[in-house]
Design a protein around this ligand. Sequence first.
Ligand code: ZN
Length: 365
Amino acid sequence: MAKKMWFGNCRQCGFPRLVSHLLRWNSDGTINAVFRKGYRVVIFPTEFLDGLFTNVEDRLGISIRHLVFEAQSNATKVLFEGTPGARLVSRLNLGKRFTVEFGFNRLASMTGMFRSETLEYVPGSVGIARITNPFQLDLAASIIVGAFEFLEDCPIEYSWEEDSPNSYVITVRPTPEESDVAKRLKMEFSPALPGELNCDRCPRCGVPRALNHLRWVDEEGIILDRRTGTRVMMSYGYMVTAVFREMAKELGEEVNLLLVDAQREWTIRHVGLLGLTTGDEPLGDDELERAYRTYLGDLPAYGQGNPVTLELLDPGVRIEVLNPYQKYIMAGTLQGLFEALEKTGSAVEWEEGRPGAVTYTITPA
Ligand SMILES: [Zn+2]
């Protein structure tokens, strides 16, 4: 049995203290890292990523693996580069070892991305780790490569092999070869629009109670939503954004519509798992509004944005969201929510009135 990574738990609500010390839940629908203001974090279910890239490849008829990989590893490198003190620590071999054990490995478990265990690490020469339960194999590998590119300050090549089901041994080594897409990715931190959310929080650790159903299974490197049994992860909010921005540049805006669709499909399933809708009949007006408000009310706790207006149209629904972490994903979320509750196909349109304020209109189709 894998050993536990001790995160400590809040004595009142049980939320991991390491997480509540590092993150702040704001009143504008965002979560940010305490050490870096504006550095946005989101919590999201991993399931919508399953098959997303394969789906994009099928529709476009070309391989996008390389592109996704480069975008993600670059985003990871930029993340570490922006962390105060990280570059300084990484100049020393002892600091590198420390970063691997207490930075990478613990962070991987804490964020529910995967469990990582160092098998061998010789700074500047080779790193070998066992990765268990990666949220998505290619993206997990690219995060590891990006982290080591930061640490060793040079391009990294990698190889991995399956060790046992859901467990992989990954080897990383410095390489003289520069990557194709490297360096062009920039992280953008747009300032959040202010909000006045007043959510119910734990008096001791300050974490919204809406997250009480999350359970960190740190010895497995995963976070579970106890209500649905599905897996969630925490990520800097720009992970998916950065990857898809690069993809849209190369492949056209069509990839964004695939992202909307993947999220729409997942949300229909999610709403069902949460028990917000049952049977095939549409809900009555009051029930319908309550179901919308329940689902939308959870979004800020996940750092996904601040839904400020809900307007039931006849037919359709209009929802304004401030600070959606990714406007296409939010479009898919709201469209899926509509379809799950109203039991009909739909079309979604959106308008960004000012940066960070997006109004979505969903109508039956
Ligand atoms: Zn607490």
